[in-house]
Every structure is written in C-alpha cells, then in structure tokens.
Write a protein that binds this ligand. Structure first.
Ligand SMILES: [Zn+2]
Length: 719
C-alpha cells in the first residue's frame, strides 16, 4: 500500500464456504458467521465501503461419496443442502452481500482461468505417480475414498488425505493396509498424472508475508499454526484429483481429472464478488486487486493452512491479486463438554433451534458471541444460554428499555420531555454514553467480538443503573421537573443502545429503533431478506417521522433524541427462558448420547468370527425342523424348561433355558430349528437329546430361529 494513500479505502470480507454435505450448526455460527456478520454490519454502520461474500462449497470427494452412498446424483445432494444452509443464514440475519455456490458457471470459469494462467506461467509441477486404484470400481482412490492405518500414529481408520486422530496430513499411498471405501477391496496401484503447486518455492514469500509483516496483528493461534507449517518445510501439493465431480482440469491430456476442491473453493470468494458486481452494476476488481482494499477471511481453525498458506501462494503466483490483511480464525466450540459432531448428531442445528425458540435469533447470536472460541476452544451449555438470556438480555437490556418506554408513555404520552439542569451524574452518564462507540469500535477492529459484545451490555448496565439510582418513579411525587431530565437522559442511552446493538442483535435493534421511532442513517439494507423478516416481526411499522441517527452521532454532544420527539408503544424485546425449556434441550442431548452409546455397545458386542471350519465339519451338524408339542417348567429352577419336541423322526425330550423368556402357552405348537445329533447330556437329572436354536435380540430377549414358511414339515433337514 502506498504510504500517502488512506487505508483501507474499502473492505472485502469473506466467510468460509460451508460444505454442502449437511446442514449447519451453532459451531459454524459461533466460529465464522456471527463474527463475520458483526464485522460487516459494523463497517456498513460506520459508513465504510464493504462487501461481504460467501457461498456453498459444492465440490470434492465427500459430496461425491455421499451421493454414491445414497444412490443419488451429487447435484441432488448439493441442491438440498445449499437450500437449507442459505435459509439458515437468512434466518439468523447473516447479511451476505452475495451468497453464491461453487457449482455456478461464473465460478467454474473463474477457477478454470486461474488454473490455466498458472499452468501457462509454468507455476505447476507435472508429475506422474503411482496412485491407489480400485479395480472393481475402476477409479483412482484419493482422499476419503480410501482408509487404512495411519503411518504416524497407528490409528486404524485414517483417511487418504488426513488422519483425524493425530491430525497429520497424508497421501493415500502412505496408508498401511489401505482399503477402498467404495468396494471394500484392497486397492492396486496405477500410474496417473497430476499437477502440483510447489509450495516450497513460496517459502520466502510466506515468511515475509506472515512471519514478518503480520507478526503483531494476527491472532497468536493463527500465526503459530502458520509458523509451524512453514518451519516444518513446505512440500508440493497436488491441485488436481482423479474424480468425476468437480471442475474439469482445463488443459489437454487431463480427461477424467478435476481441480482439487481446495484449489477451487477459496477462488469462490472472487466468483461470488463477480456475481455481486454483475447484479449491482459494479466493478469487482478493486475489491480484489486494489492495494487500498482490506481483505479479511473469517474461518475456523481447521481451514488455516488453506487460507494462510495455499490460497495466498495461488494469489501470489497469479500476480494480480491482493493478499488477506487478516485471517481471524477461531478455535472450536464444544457442546456441553463434548466435541460437536455431525455424524453423532451432537449439535444444536440452526433450523431446529428456531423451531424451539422462534424469533429468538438474537439470543443465540448474543450467547455465541459472549462465548466465542476466540482464543481457545469453548463450551456452549444450555444453562449458560439461559443465564445469558435471563440475567443479561432480560434483566438488564430488556428491563432498562421497558422502563424507559413505559415511563415515557406514562408521564409524557410518549413524547421526549424537555430537560432542565443536568446534575453531575447526568453529565457523567452522558459522557460515558459518548465513549461507547470508540470502545466497541476498538474491540471490533481488533476482532475481539466477545469483548465488544460485553461492552454493549455494559452500556445497557449503565442505563439500568442510572434509572435504579435516580428512581424517577419515586422522584415524580415531589419533583416533576427533575423527572423530565432523568427520562431525557435515559432516552439518550436507549437510543445509543438501538444504534450500537445493530451489529450484534440486529432483530432487537430493529425493534428498539421502531419503539424509539428512529432509524440509522448509514447502515446498508441487508440482502438476504432480513429487512422483510425484521419489519414483519415488529408490530409497530417504522413511521416516516423517524429521526435519523448514526454510530458517529452517538459520539457527539448533541442529543440523539430531541425534546418533543414522539416515541412508539413499548414492546417486549426479550422473554424469560424457563427451566423446563432448558431441561427439554438437555433431555434431547441425553437421548442422543444414549443412542450413540447403545450403537457403539452393540458394535462392541458383535462376536468376532470363529475359526474356519470345513464343509465336512458343517455337514456333521444335523439340524431339523421340529414342533414343540409339550412344555413344562422344571421345578426348583428359574430358567429351565423341559420340552417334548416332534422332530419328524421321533418325539424327544430337550431341556432348554428359556423359562424366563416364555410361558408354556406361548411356545406349545411353535415350529423351531433343532440340532438333533448333539450328544445327549443330563441337566438336573433330565436327559436332554438335542438343542433348540435361538438368538438374542438387542434388548436381551430370546428369539426362536423358527422356520415360519408354510409347508415346512417336521423332520425337514436344514442345510
Ligand atoms: Zn495418525
């Protein structure tokens, strides 16, 4: 950037492209989308030139695998989840200026052009290597299409691209005892040609770009991970794959190959910007190519290497693009002490949350911000959710606003009163209010969203304390003039809250503005239907007499609400969350835990296969269809029953341990399978001449292996 140029002139904000093989949960929201949205809303509110882009990541092996497993096309998978994910963003007020998808034509073209340019500049290494190949499925096995033992830690189910146990990045050919996940067969190896980005060539560039230039402004967790990647030695990384789902490699001799999903996905931010520019009649290029643009990537910690090492190297190789100014990656959010997991259903799904807590988006946004995993992994608990809601949003924020609105109507018919002399406390309070925009800005500018959210709540605390100390409801009996001043001051704080809460609690801010009959002057209307959502959920329509105010004005000496301004009726901003509602959520998680446990126990209880027997061994067993014709519980035993069984050859006595599972009535006349040539043995003095075949179901109940087809007669052989 030129020293004399004002920086930044504009902002490009990206949020990680969600992968369309499932819906999104609170972990995604907390780690990426809420902070990104707070940042974008804040910049718009302070009058900055900003675009906030995202989209669905729709290529790659996992989608291809899911489609194969479900017997549908990849397109069906991505269409389904793109729709669900996009709706979740709309529902939670995530104000993307554009939300695209990597299956879009503009993206295919943009990514192909990128590849072709790097190819023509000789930025790739072309290499023919032996890759694992599934003869039965007739396809190469990259990434998740192959599992085996991790060569680093010995974990038995490592994937071809990564071991989830030790976190090592792997090549499929590194795996010990590899197995195809498509057919279960042992793969062979076969030669195939691929293109590699020689990351080692970028080491000097990355050292300067990250380790020197961003030593002080990147988060320690991000900086540290980058440093360890760079210090560990960078190696060429394949940017193509043998796969039938993705963007075809756009050069000759690359049939049947697609771009590696991690090559094309980050380019999706650029494609999404192009799509936005096309629609809005704007120029996309300054947002990606002008040095005056501040580019910020919001991601989770699992994406750091792709956004800090690989994507910058691609952009650097291309030559025309700016690099990220910051990548404020978050750590992970856990749920009630356990790692969030899609496959174990250990999550709070966004679409389910809204069914159970309708119109309470802001409560979740607030809780997730207050608990954001900014510097370490953090835990979401329902108790904390309830406490944040009841003790902060309801008891402080909501209580303050409700008092202000109700008292203003009670005393002055909703008209802002004329103040008289300000006391020292009034002046101090107004002075504190004027400092909040700076304080909150300073936290947001440093990507400290937790801190910023708590500062916002401190403003509500200021108002709540002011009213509690000044007690207008008492003073009104002796000094009506004083009450006018108190209410005037309180109304200024309420207006400050309406403006400053917009990035954090957009739905609440909109309701509050509607109560106070104000609007903010510089916030850009969001694009994802939020405006309609908010307006329709608000009972009082915005009146045309609404006064305009702004983030900047909160800092100024002039009142935000002038005397004689009419405000609207009070409306409840938050409601209490009851213990039963929290218990219901905890019960739901408990049930999930139990069902996961029983699934894994069932798996554990499956007996391993016994030693192999020969066919001759098998034919030694003489099993017949029989019928139980008499049954009697054996005296002085709990379990044993003496049965008379018609085997077709004879009627014989068999002692069986089924008395706890069946009554005599239940089994007389039942067709069963009998092993008749088992050597007789005496049980409690009764000789048993065979065995009835049974199994046990998951609940431990005995089940007869009974030939229930019609026309099977006693004595028929089973073989
Ligand atoms: Zn491992």
């Amino acid at each position: 950037m030129a020293e004399n140029q004002e920086y930044p002139q504009r902002y490009t904000i990206t949020a990680a492209l969600p992968y369309t093989n499932g819906p999104i949960h609170i972990g995604h929201l907390a780690g990426v989308y809420v902070p990104a949205d707070i940042y974008a809303r804040y910049l718009r509110l302070t009058g900055k030139d900003v675009i906030f882009v995202g989209g669905s990541d729709e290529h790659g092996v996992a989608i291809s695998m899911k489609a194969k497993a479900e017997g549908v096309s990849p397109k069906e998978i991505i269409d389904k989840y793109h729709t669900i994910i996009k709706k979740s963003f709309e529902d939670f007020g995530i104000t993307f200026d554009n939300y695209s998808r990597t299956s879009a034509e503009v993206h295919h073209k943009t990514a192909s052009d990128f590849f072709r340019k790097l190819y023509e500049q000789d930025d790739f290494i072309e290499e023919t290597t032996a890759q694992l190949y599934d003869e039965q499925a007739q396809q190469f096995l990259a990434d998740r299409f192959v599992t085996g033992t991790c060569p680093k830690c010995g974990h038995k189910e490592a994937y071809g691209d990564q071991c989830e146990n030790c976190g090592s990045s792997l090549n499929a050919t590194d795996l010990i005892n590899p197995k195809s996940t498509i057919t279960g067969t042992v793969p062979t190896t076969k030669e195939t040609k691929h293109w590699f980005l020689p990351l080692d060539r970028y080491e000097g560039f990355l050292r300067k770009y990250i380790l020197e230039d961003h030593k002080n402004d990147w988060k320690p967790n991000v900086y540290g991970q980058c440093k360890s990647w760079i210090d560990g030695g960078l190696e060429p990384r394949a940017v193509t794959r043998d796969l039938d789902w993705g963007i075809p490699v756009p050069i000759e001799g690359a049939e049947g190959k697609v771009l590696y999903v991690w090559f094309d996905a980050p380019i999706g931010y650029i494609s999404s910007t192009k799509e936005w520019a096309e629609r809005e009649g704007k120029d996309w290029e300054p947002y990606w190519k002008d040095e005056g643009t501040k580019l910020v990537h919001f991601i989770g910690k699992d994406n750091i290497v792709f956004h800090c090492i690989i994507f910058p190297s691609i952009l650097k190789a291309h030559g025309d693009f700016i690099l990220a100014d910051n990548v404020p990656a978050n750590e992970f959010l856990n749920l009630e002490g356990n790692k969030l997991s899609t496959s174990k259903n250990w999550a709070v799904w966004l679409h389910e949350y809204l069914e159970e807590f309708p119109d309470m988006q802001d409560v979740l946004r607030y809780t997730l911000t207050a608990n954001a995993p900014e510097t370490k992994d953090n835990d979401f608990t329902w108790k904390d959710f309830q406490a944040r809601n009841n003790n902060e949003l309801v008891a402080i924020f909501g209580n303050f606003i409700n008092r202000v609105a109700v008292l203003t109507h009670k005393y002055y018919d909703g008209i802002v009163p004329e103040p008289s002399d300000f006391t020292e406390i009034d002046n101090e309070t107004l002075e504190s209010l004027r400092k909040f925009p700076e304080t909150i800005s300073s936290s947001i500018d440093r990507y400290r969203f937790r801190e910023a959210g708590q500062e916002l709540m401190n403003l509500a605390r200021l108002g709540n304390k002011y009213l509690a100390d000044e007690e207008p409801w008492k003073v009104v009996k002796e000094d009506e003039e004083r009450v006018k001043t108190i209410m005037f001051v309180a109304l200024q704080i309420a207006t400050g809250l309406a403006i400053l809460s917009e990035p954090f609690l957009p739905y609440t801010s909109e309701k509050l503005k509607s109560i106070l009959n104000v609007r903010s002057s510089s916030s850009t209307p969001p694009n994802l239907g939020l405006v309609e959502n908010v307006r329709s959920s608000s009972s009082t329509p915005l009146s045309t007499s609404a006064v305009e105010t702004s983030w900047e004005q909160v800092k100024q000496n002039e009142p935000l609400l002038s005397p004689n301004h009419q405000i609207n009726k009070a409306e409840l901003l938050f409601r209490k969350v009851e213990d039963e509602e929290i218990q219901k959520q905890l019960d739901k998680l408990e049930a999930t835990k139990k069902s996961n446990l029983s699934t894994s126990e069932e798996k554990k209880n499956i007996m391993p296969q016994k030693d192999t027997i020969t066919f001759d061994d098998f034919t030694k067993l003489d099993m017949r269809v029989g019928t139980i014709i008499e049954a009697e519980k054996m005296a002085k035993t709990k379990k044993l029953m003496v049965l008379k069984v018609d085997t077709g050859l004879d009627t014989r006595t068999i002692v069986s341990g089924i008395a706890e599972s069946f009554s005599v009535e239940e089994i007389v006349g039942k067709k069963v399978t009998v092993l008749i040539n088992l050597a007789p043995r005496a049980l409690r003095g009764v000789e048993s001449e065979g065995m009835i075949l049974m199994t046990e179901n998951a609940d431990g109940k005995l089940v007869f292996m009974n030939p229930d087809e019609d026309g099977v007669d006693n004595g028929e052989e089973i073989n």
